[in-house]
Design a binder for this molecule. Structure first.
Ligand code: 5AD
Ligand code: SF4
Length: 422
């Protein structure tokens, strides 16, 4: 969602006449679009701002703006801590950026523009970074309040975008050459419950998959508690809905899952992954896992590791728990030492990397259709299989980005495959 917001910001600024410049030292305007999921984002922001001060001293007419969830969280504190910052804006204020920037240039007064809630997405008006693929938000905010998570506090309550608007927007993008869309929401599986005419996620997905010329549909993120059999059936039955489900486990301990307020158990999660694998051919399942949640003990960690070994996820994003003020878990006793958390974290990463490696090795010798996404290292290209695995390859033509090509897999690592043209 944060990446999508960055695309919107770039689009809006381009309309104002700005051009992207990757060297901050010579820019007229610097925008930092922040995340707030983990505390590290705040430290990174403060690090960047520390460096940007120098540019501002050299060029006082440069504008420095901080947007996104951390901006929303810290509000005026950023302006107090870094007096050279010109504008602080929240996730619901992106479409007002032209007005905010103009005001700042005219009045010479710092601006803090944060709305706590609201729906400020004009889907017709956004630029996609790539010509051939695009994010499409289908809902904004989250009602789940997992006890560790700050998202519901900064993004607000869940609001689903009307199906007509989503469909119209995707049709428009497909006409301009988009082959792949990724539907994004904090929990796509609860899509539509708040609409006047209730629509389920599998229903909107079915409608989207009817759009002619749309080759690949992806979506994230799925909350395990809301993933329906209907959804599994629709993925299994439509060729253009990609066989990849990002299904955050977070923990493999029932005790911790309860404390996390996740509303599923080890057992129900296991059954769900079995159902997915049984019904959807070659479906990749990826996950997120948190290590060191307050109250987690050795036994809980080994329950998580046990789940990882049983399910054999294709990939996992692993995080050490980060305390977020204002969340329920911030009040819990956190006794495990950081050293222990790091030890468990490494053990988990090592086990998962080996599993990812083995799963990727099984693909050697197979042939796949690949959507070419860009240049890889050393003049190679990068693309993705239907199940979203990254593949790196050499090719004798140059004009292939955004196109579908067929490759044979020749080698596999934990995080990517290597392929050759067939
Ligand atoms: N600490 C660590 N990881 C977190 N995540 C969300 N909140 C926290 C936190 N406080 C992780 C979850 C989520 C992913 C996007 O970030 O695993 O699925
Ligand atoms: Fe956070 Fe849970 Fe909502 Fe995901 S579902 S955004 S982890 S509160």
């Amino acid at each position: 969602m944060n990446e999508f917001d960055s695309e919107r910001i770039e689009f809006i600024l381009k309309q104002m006449g700005y051009k992207r410049e990757n060297n901050p030292g010579i820019s007229d305007l610097i925008i930092i679009n922040t995340c707030a999921v983990r505390e590290k984002a705040k430290n990174k922001l403060y690090g960047h701002l520390g460096r940007y001060k120098e540019y501002k001293i050299k060029n006082s007419s440069m504008l420095i703006c901080v947007g996104g969830c951390t901006a929303q969280n810290l509000k005026e504190q950023i302006l107090d801590d870094f007096p050279f910052v010109d504008i602080v804006f929240g996730t619901h204020n992106i479409s007002s950026l032209p007005l905010i920037i103009e005001k700042r240039l005219k009045d010479n007064k710092k601006i803090c523009s944060i709305s706590e809630e609201g729906f400020d997405y004009d889907l017709k008006k956004f630029k996609k970074t790539y010509d051939f693929k695009s994010y499409i938000p289908i809902s904004i905010g989250c009602n789940n309040f997992c006890s560790y998570c700050i998202v519901p506090f900064v993004r607000g309550k869940e609001i689903s975008i009307k199906p007509e608007l989503i469909l119209e927007n995707i049709k428009r993008l497909v006409q301009t050459g988009v082959a792949e869309v990724t539907l994004v929401g904090q929990n796509v599986n609860s899509y539509g419950k708040d609409l006047e005419n209730i629509v389920t996620f599998s229903e909107i997905l079915a409608d989207i998959s009817e759009i002619r010329g749309l080759k690949r549909i992806r979506f994230m993120t799925s909350h395990p508690k809301d993933l329906s059999s209907d959804l599994i059936d629709i993925i299994a039955s439509r060729d253009n809905i990609m066989p990849h489900i990002h299904l955050p486990l977070q923990s493999g301990s029932d005790r911790i899952l309860k404390l996390m307020n996740r509303h599923y158990t080890r057992d129900s999660f296991l059954k769900l992954t079995e159902q997915i694998r049984k019904n959807i051919d070659n479906c990749a399942i990826t996950t997120d896992i948190i290590v060191g949640f307050p109250g987690e003990e050795e036994k809980d960690f080994y329950d998580t590791l046990d789940m990882v070994q049983r399910i054999r996820f294709d990939r996992a994003f692993t995080f050490i728990y980060s305390k977020r003020e204002g969340t329920k878990a911030a009040e819990f006793d956190d006794r495990m030492s950081l050293k222990m958390k790091k030890y468990f974290f490494k053990e988990l990463v090592d086990v998962q990397n080996k599993i990812s490696f083995e799963r990727n090795q099984c693909k050697i010798g197979n042939r796949y259709e690949v959507l070419v996404e860009g240049k890889g290292p050393k003049g190679t290209f990068e693309g993705r299989l239907e199940d979203s695995t990254l593949v790196n390859f050499e090719y004798n033509e140059n004009d292939i980005i955004g196109k579908f090509i067929n490759l044979k897999i020749t080698d596999a690592k934990s995080f990517y495959l290597k392929g050759i043209k067939i």
